[in-house]
Ligand binder design. Structure first.
Ligand code: GLU
Length: 441
């Protein structure tokens, strides 16, 4: 076996990319990148009915979106191919012959069985420690229809592909005994095994299923999460960086720290709010030009490309203003709508909150001549100017701010008010105060 670390992600395409699977892929990728080893993508597609081209695409697109590039596998090839089990039939037959020659395989009821050693095997798992077990019964390695069984093809491929480390979900822990039996029967060196804890659903005991909200990578893509935020969150499901830091801007930074010592044995619980929080933090930390680009792509994807007819200087200002407030890009179009649409709606809930106390319409009437008198709106002066206006009118400055925000945007929350007024500019502030006064009367 080579000295170089060789790990593999060996999914069976099902038509969706579950976060548990993605996390297994990620841990393998992190370990390969941490050690400078090879990351192999092997498609375990022996179940003919389920393995469609669409199912494979979901997986490959998901991997690419997450940024988990593979060194060998579909599309990139490699010297250990083919990387689809469906194309390795001849290899499996050759390996079956080896077992037969050693007297370790026999036919029964049309199937082919593997003859177990009758010896206790010890698995030295890098996460779960030593697990001792005796495989009591012979088990099938080829079905009566001639198709090979998972345990057999999985081990044969790990041998042929010279895999040094098997990193996979804890649900395979109980299979590993069978796998060790097979490795030994082939007199092949054992890879190191590391089983990683399950991901539990956010409430209750069960493991996260594909029906649970937040369970599929496709969902995050559709909701326009940042892939690096998803990777960051997934990396911490079952791994502890032993670091105060939780937010890592790039997967490469995580790879630098990643090792088996940090993998925790206890099952990890999925927390949708935490995932959203990571996304917010990652958005906040983006350089302005990258965030602008994402905003433009999002508006375009939502059929709102017309917003982008405004001068770039204006849109960039709006995007920068909203950046600290965006938690998910799928809510971004509604958040910025009023900057690009003079017929923005007046939000009902916002109206209730704004009109709950005081007399916002009176405040808007007082602010109108003030805005008309300005040469231009300057965010750094506006707060004090409005405070002075309030003093002159014998009211508190805080009575102006919610009224102004609601008039300018139709909302009761949003980005910094003074900067928002400056971005809109004097003429729009005046127009919008007039519009609010006539529509809200
Ligand atoms: N195809 C198996 C799975 O998706 C691979 C298990 C392994 O990594 O060995 O669970």
């Amino acid at each position: 076996m080579s000295d170089k670390v060789r790990v593999r992600f060996a999914p069976s395409p099902t038509g969706f990319f579950h976060i548990g699977s993605a996390r297994t892929a990620l841990f393998n990728w992190l370990y390969a990148r941490h050690t400078g080893g090879d990351f192999v993508l092997r498609i375990e597609d022996t179940d003919k009915e389920r393995n469609t081209k669409e199912a494979l695409d979901v997986l490959l697109e998901g991997m690419r979106w997450l940024g988990l590039d593979w060194d060998e596998g579909p599309e990139v090839g490699g010297k250990y191919g083919p990387y689809f089990q469906s194309k390795r039939g001849d290899i499996y037959l050759k390996f079956l012959e080896i077992l037969r020659a050693k007297g370790r395989a026999y036919d029964k009821d049309g199937a082919v069985f593997f003859k177990v050693s009758g010896q206790k095997q010890v698995l030295h798992d890098l996460v779960y420690g030593d697990v001792e077990r005796m495989e009591e019964k012979d088990f099938p390695i080829f079905r009566s229809d001639g198709s090979p069984v998972f345990h057999f093809v999985n081990v044969v491929d790990d041998i042929c592909m010279e895999i040094t480390n098997v990193i996979r979900g804890q649900d395979h822990l109980t299979n590993t005994n069978k796998h060790i039996e097979l490795f030994k029967a082939f007199e092949a060196p054992l890879p190191k095994f590391a089983h990683i804890p399950l991901i539990l659903k956010s409430v209750g005991q069960g493991k996260m299923s594909k029906r649970d909200r937040g369970a599929l990578i496709e969902e995050y893509r559709e909701r326009r999460f940042l892939p690096e935020a998803v990777v960051n969150y997934l990396s911490l499901l079952g791994w502890n960086p032993k670091h105060d830091r939780e937010i890592f801007s790039s997967p490469r930074d995580i790879a630098e720290l990643f090792d088996f010592g940090g993998i925790v044995k206890s099952n990890a619980r999925f927390d949708e709010r935490k995932m959203a929080h990571f996304n917010t933090e990652h958005i906040r930390a983006l350089p302005a030009d990258r965030f602008s680009k994402i905003c433009r792509e999002t508006l375009d994807a939502f059929g709102l490309a017309s917003y982008l007819n405004y001068p770039a200087e204006y849109s960039d200002k709006v995007f920068a203003l909203c950046q600290p407030k965006v938690s998910a890009m799928d809510s971004f179009p509604s958040m910025v709508e009023y900057f690009f649409n003079d017929n923005y709606a007046f939000d009902e809930g916002g109206r209730e909150r704004t009109f709950k106390k005081g007399d916002p319409l009176a405040r808007m009437s007082e602010m109108l001549p003030f805005f008309e008198s300005l040469e231009k709106v300057d965010a750094s002066l506006l707060h004090d100017q409005l405070a002075a206006l309030a003093e002159g009118n014998g009211i508190r400055p805080n009575d102006y701010f919610p009224a102004l925000r609601y008039a300018l945007s139709g909302q009761s929350g949003g980005p910094d008010l003074m900067s928002m007024a400056e971005a809109l500019g004097k003429d729009k502030c005046v127009e919008r105060l007039k519009r609010a006064l006539s529509e809200l009367k």
